[in-house]
Design a protein around this ligand. Structure first.
Ligand code: ZN
Ligand code: ZN
Length: 323
């Protein structure tokens, strides 16, 4: 059994990429040091912030809520709230909402829950059925992603957020990066990075990923040591996604060639920063709902019209929607 590189006690985690091992106590110290370094490096926060943590109920976002709550207790100008988007996924959401409420109450984090059903007009399960009836391609994760991003921004603004924290970790980010490369989706690629949402645009709440430099496994260890490892429920749509396979292959590579994930992330940062410079341009305002949009109408409004959840205005040409 590996021994802690700091104190020699039994280790709970081995960081192959740096050739070190850690006991629970020294793992937490090391973890905290690295998250704080991430926050400083990418200049994520200001002196005064009303922080809203986007929580899905899974381990990463619970860890983000836990971490931000603890950190905010040491920073006088910061307040923290949590926000959960209920997509309406049977057999999955009810469990995660239960976990979310339990921990938010235990850690005394005020929260708000916003649902697809109320805000979009249908739950994700219903949207998928509708999409099928209309003969649209089967793509649960992309509907979910568009509407979730939309609602997070909208609700965070209503909550008075100055910044939105998500639990995305190193693995999530490089998976998205490689997925967009493999699908030749350069627009999405340009939206990656540790800090997103353009601060100068009044319609966007700045988004930060505090676990940007932290591998998924380490977030798991953090939540286990802190005793809030949630009941494992996986989104029933996740296994159908491309991401699922990619995650598996990247883990195989990391196992064989430690440090691969960090190298992919370095490439990502260079490519994304070059892309952002080249593209520049401020986002527009959606002519229907007023939320930020790349074109005249935001993607959430387009999908709602496509799914028959919203009447298109007279001036709008339904044929302009890319499927
Ligand atoms: Zn130790
Ligand atoms: Zn819109």
């Amino acid at each position: 059994m590996a021994k802690c590189s700091v104190c020699g006690r039994p280790a709970v985690y081995v960081a192959k990429y740096e050739g070190k091992a850690y006991c629970p106590q020294h793992f937490l110290e090391w973890f905290d040091k690295r998250v704080r370094k991430t926050i400083r490096k990418y200049k994520m926060f200001r002196k005064k912030e009303h922080i809203v943590v986007a929580v899905s109920g899974g381990k990463d976002s619970l860890a983000a809520m836990h971490y931000m709550k603890k950190l905010s207790e040491r920073v006088p100008g910061w307040t923290v709230e949590a926000l959960l988007i209920d997509e309406g996924i049977k057999d999955y959401r009810p469990t995660t909402i239960k976990d979310f409420k339990k921990w938010a109450e235990e850690w005394e984090v005020p929260y708000r829950i916003v649902s697809f059903k109320e805000e979009i007009g249908a739950s994700l399960d219903e949207i998928i059925i509708k999409g099928h009836e209309l003969g649209l391609p089967y793509q649960p994760c992309s509907y979910c992603g568009v509407f979730r991003r939309y609602l997070l921004n909208k609700a965070a603004k209503e909550m008075g957020a100055t910044v939105l924290v998500t639990g995305h970790n190193l693995d999530d980010e490089i998976q998205t990066f490689l997925m967009n490369i493999m699908r030749h989706d350069v627009d999405r690629l340009a939206r990656l990075g540790p800090v997103t949402g353009i601060a100068e645009h009044e319609g966007f709440v700045r988004r930060v990923k505090i676990f940007y430099d932290i591998p998924e496994k380490e977030v798991v260890v953090y939540s286990m040591i802190n005793g809030f490892f949630p009941e494992f429920v996986e989104c029933p749509y996740a296994r159908l996604g491309f991401r699922w396979d990619l995650r598996h292959y990247i883990n195989l590579l990391e196992e064989k060639y430690p440090g691969t994930k960090f190298m992919i992330q370095k490439s990502l940062l260079d490519i994304v920063s070059a892309l952002k410079k080249e593209r520049g341009g401020k986002p527009k305002k959606c002519n229907i709902c007023g939320e930020p949009a790349t074109g005249d109408v935001c993607r959430a409004c387009e999908l709602r019209m496509l799914l028959g959840l919203m009447e298109p205005p007279d001036w709008f040409d339904m044929k302009s929607i890319k499927i």
